[in-house]
Structure formats: C-alpha cells, structure tokens
Design a protein around this ligand. Sequence first.
Ligand code: SAH
Ligand code: SF4
Ligand code: F3S
Length: 472
Amino acid sequence: MIVPNLKEAMKRSRENAKVQTINYILEENLKGIALGKHYFIKTYGCQMNEHDSENIKAILEELGFTEIDCMEEADFILLNTCAIRENAHNKVFGFLGRIKNIKEKRPDVIAGISGCMAQEEVVVNEILEKYNYIDLVFGTHNIHRLPQLIQSILNKRESQIEVFSKEGDIIENMPFKRDSKYKAWVNIMYGCDKFCTYCIVPYTRGKQRSRRKEAILSEVKSLKEQGYKEVTLLGQNVNAYGKDLEENYRMEDLLFDVSKTGIERIRFVTSHPWDFTDKMIDVISKCDNIMPYIHLPLQSGSNAILKRMGRRYTKEDYLNLFHKLKEKIPNVAITTDIIVGFPNETEEDFEETLQVVEMCKYDSAFTFIFSPRVGTPAANMEDTILKEVKEERLQRLNERINYYSKCANEAYKGKIVKVLIEGISEKDETKVMGYTETMKLVNVKADKEKIGSIINVKITDVKTWSMDGEEV
Ligand code: SAH
Ligand code: SF4
Ligand code: F3S
C-alpha cells in the first residue's frame, strides 16, 4: 500500500524535475486477463481528467475489458475524480453509496477511485477508514501501473492502494480510446508550479513537466493522418511550456511547429496571463490554423485579492494583455474564470471584478464561489464574509456574464462562419452540431453526412449559450 502524502506533494526543489521518459509497453501475459468482463467509468473535472479517462479506457480494453453504460452491470466501476472544489468531492462521496449497494449484491465487483481526489491524503485516509469496500485507489502519476494493479486484484482478491505523491516520469506511447474521431486532446505538459493560494492542482498533479516536442509533434502528425481535424494542446498552464526543458524551446515555438503540421484546427488550454508572451501572440495571429479563441482566467479584478491569490499580475497587467490580444488577433473570442468570495473579499473588491467584466465583455466565463481546499494557504486565511453574501455576488456576476455572452453572440447574426460538425444536435435530432473557430456552439441545419467536416454556416438565431444556423 502506498498512500498519498501532502508534505511530499508540496515539495518543489529549485531544480527542474528530473523526468525520465519511459515507453509504456503492456506485457504479453497481461493482455486479455479480463476478457469477458465489463467496465464502467465516470469522469469528473477538467479536460485533463477527461483525457486521462481516455487513457484508462484504452488500457482496460487491452486487458480485455469492454465498456458498458450501465453501472449496475459492470464488473469494474471506476470514479476518475476531481478535487478542485468541495462540491466535486461531495458528488464522489455521494456516488460511493450507490457503489456500496452494488457491492453488497455482487461482492466480486471491483470498485476503484483514481484522479485528483486519490492524490489527497485526507481523502485516502477517509476511504481507508469509512469506505473499506473500495478495492483500488491509484493516482494521477501512476495510470501506467493499472495493468499490474488489476492483475493483483484479480489474482489475489486483495485491495490495491498505490498513489505516488512525488510526480513520476513522463510516460510515452500510452494508448488512448478517444471520445471523438474528429477532435483530440494532446497533453503537452503535466503538473503546475504556480501555487495560486486557493488551488489544489499543484499538489494533485505535481511539478511542471513538459513533454518533449518530438513526442507532441509526432502525436499531432499521427492524429492528422488518422483524419482528425482539431487538436487541443492541454496543460494547466500551457504558456509556461518548455520552461523546465534544457532546450530553449517555448510555447511560441511549439505552436508554430504544430501549426506547420497542417492540422486544420489548433486550440490550447489553459493560459495563465503571467506567461503569455508577445511572441506567442505573433504566432497565433499569423498562423491561420491556430484558432482565435483564448481562455484567459482573471480570477479577480481587485489587485489586493490578486496579490493574496498569488496570481502574479495586477488588474492593469491583465487589461493590457487582454487589449493586446483583441488588437492583434482578428475576431478573437476571450473567455475567463472568476472566483467570488475569496477570504475577506470586500464589496469594493467585488465591484472591481465587475468593472473588469464591464471592460472585457467576455464571450463567456466560468464563475465559482471560493472553496477552501485542505493544504492550500487560502484555506487558512481569515474569512468573515457570509455565505449568503458570496451567493448574492455570484448571482450578480452571472447576470453580467450572461448579458455579455448574449451580446457577443448577437454580433454573429447573419454572418457566415466555419463550423467543425461533430455529431447530432442534443436539442434537435434533425440537426447537427459543432463549434465555430471561436468556440461557439452552433446547432446547424445540414446533412448528417457532414459530420466530421468543416462547413460554412450562416447564423440565423442566437441565444446565450448557443446559436442556430444553416449550411450555405
Ligand atoms: N490552470 C487553470 C485553472 C485550473 S482550475 C488556470 O490557472 O487558469 C479551473 C478554475 O477553477 C480556476 O481557474 C479557478 O477559477 C477555479 N478554482 C480553482 N480552485 C478553486 C477553489 N479553491 N475554489 C473555487 N474555485 C477554484
Ligand atoms: Fe491552479 Fe494556479 Fe496552477 Fe491554475 S495556475 S492550476 S489556478 S495553481
Ligand atoms: Fe479537477 Fe484535477 Fe482537473 S482537481 S480540475 S481534475 S486537474
């Protein structure tokens, strides 16, 4: 049993992580050990976790498992969890009750937990104490160990808890069962060294480690050959890509080289404003296949709060960058993340956030109430602001965000835009759906055969979160 250790997860040496790149190879004797068995996986959290689930699914299928939609019939149930806010935690602990019922009826079912919550010392202690029917816990640094862990459970019927707190190696050659045939996630870096004071991610995902450019470029080329139209380069702070590599090769160089592969659409998330360079802006503006869409988290519009959040920029720095992006990248759409109710956020602090929203008129935003995370500095900050006040602020903020989302969409009415058609519309089965270059969801009147193609669409109607259009 290897359990997570918060102190170990907090450690950062001044040196770059000594990452070894290891090639994942599944031993012959493990292939097919679970033939005939079914797995069910539920994924919480960000794109990185979604992509980890694609990795976990492919590994399970190499072992012989088949995916199933009905949890009650599965032989292996896995929750791939997120730790970012309290409600993410609560959802998982709520779900564990359902798994307990299933295990009471079918004790042979394997129940597992992975992802960011598995990296938390407090969570694993709670699982060991109160949820002893869980058979498997593994973390974000040892997904490649899944075949051996499953083998031990199947052979010995012993639970397996294996979570490494210190970030591991970079594992290449991992298999993925991708959710889409047209757009793909591509990891370019793991971990985060920013340590924003409210955030759990640097503890659950470890020190920043950038993947080698050769591995990234060959993955993108291979995706293009398989017919993929779009890649999203993934990392918690992609703009810091390469800072931990010996070679002088940074995000702008990577973006340029990925653009040269000729893949039709390139996106990247998430951008921390601190590391956004002018060179990056130049590359984005001159490469047509890098999409004019940037997610640029603000978090707060108050300099006092930004300082206590450890964000390393001021409101003025942020606005400068924002306006530069708008000026240099034609038609760019910019979205953001905002936290309200950070410890002792005053009414004036909050109003400064609203003022930035009025200035930036974001295309859309994710907004959150601050949630204290065990082990982070902000969890110990004094906070006298009432829950009701925080909720009221969130509502006021959302009202403005939604207003500007609708305004941004209004500007598209009557225009012709390019949409990558991904599938049947959820709202109307007679339509198809996809996203514009600027990441707007469009429900389109077009033939189903267009799924997988980029087509011209005339926007006929707009709402707050989506648009309607027809192929032209
Ligand atoms: N790496 C990304 C953010 C990842 S987490 C970045 O730096 O931009 C996604 C969002 O969750 C954050 O941008 C933040 O707005 C929110 N978030 C993170 N920790 C939080 C907490 N403790 N309480 C509330 N919201 C939080
Ligand atoms: Fe969390 Fe900040 Fe890192 Fe984003 S940059 S993952 S908010 S610590
Ligand atoms: Fe959640 Fe972990 Fe992503 S905490 S937001 S799943 S990095």
